[in-house]
Ligand binder design. Structure first.
Ligand SMILES: Nc1ncnc2c1ncn2[C@@H]1O[C@H](COP(=O)(O)OP(=O)(O)OP(=O)(O)O)[C@@H](O)[C@H]1O
Length: 240
């Protein structure tokens, strides 16, 4: 399951990209089981590509990706999902013409062990909107549905790509509160790519900063919040 206490996820010297384009340049990254990790960095440094490489959606040209100590570098994306990796893409993975409930039921075809009631308990708004079509939902509700669909697979690691993008502050807090409840209930380890640095640093426990496809800083989010020098240097900002 997890031989020798290995990290839940480990990227070893990963070189990855798209065709001739190389984005990740020997990326080394470890995510411990039970952690909440924020993956930060300026636009275009390779945050989404990191998640795509883990899911088998970007081409890995060198290096290895291990999940629970098992080499998944060459597994198909659906095999990775079956092994316990959940992914919420930046594009929100829902069917616009299906209702909330139909979206979830479609997810159950893929993950028969999933639990609709659990999804509704985590996001009561989805129960209220269960007859609304995907394209009749607000951005926040679409994001909740996308997360709920990923959770049907009962992942041990949930990869979230900019879950707060384009959401009003009050909805961001609602979503983060749901993530907190999920974590408190022993939910999946989470690796979150996010541009809303204030919000994600207040939520996550570990922060990893990428620059040009490599890790340039990693540490406690509580400490990172006080490191204006690092935030300014790598993210072009200072957090009060
Ligand atoms: N399908 C693709 N084909 C070719 N190049 C791509 C593709 N997707 C992304 N890229 C390039 O890879 C680089 C890294 O992109 P990526 O989306 O991983 O960055 P990011 O750190 O997530 O950025 P952002 O914060 O803007 O989403 C960028 O230069 C981007 O243009």
């Amino acid at each position: 399951m997890n031989p020798g206490g290995a990290p839940l996820l480990e990227l070893q010297g990963v070189v990855a990209g798209y065709g001739p384009v190389t984005v990740l340049d020997g990326l080394a990254l470890a995510v411990e089981a039970g952690s909440l990790t924020a993956l930060l960095g300026r636009n275009g440094v390779g945050k989404s590509t990191t998640l795509k490489a883990v899911m088998g959606l970007a081409q890995v040209k060198a290096g290895r990706i291990l999940f629970e100590g098992r080499d998944i570098t060459h597994c198909r994306p659906d095999e990775r999902a079956g092994l316990g990796l959940g992914y919420v893409p930046q594009t929100r993975d829902i069917f616009a013409s299906l209702s909330v409930e139909e979206n979830l039921v479609a997810g159950l075809k893929r993950f028969p062990a999933g639990d609709l009631d659990q999804a509704y308990a985590l996001f009561p708004r989805l129960r209220e909107r269960r007859r609304n079509r995907g394209n009749q939902l607000s951005g926040g509700e679409q994001q909740m549905l996308s997360v709920a669909r990923a959770l049907l697979g009962r992942p041990r690691l949930l990869l979230l790509d900019e879950p707060l993008e384009g959401l009003a502050p009050v909805i961001c807090q609602e979503l983060l509160e749901a993530f907190r409840r999920l974590a408190a209930q022993g939910g999946p380890t989470m690796l979150i790519v996010e541009q809303q640095v204030h919000e994600v640093l207040a939520f996550a426990r570990q922060g990893v900063i990428l620059e040009r496809g490599s890790v340039v800083h990693q540490g406690d989010c509580a400490q990172l919040r006080t490191r204006d020098d690092i935030l300014d240097r790598y993210l072009g900002m200072a957090v009060a």
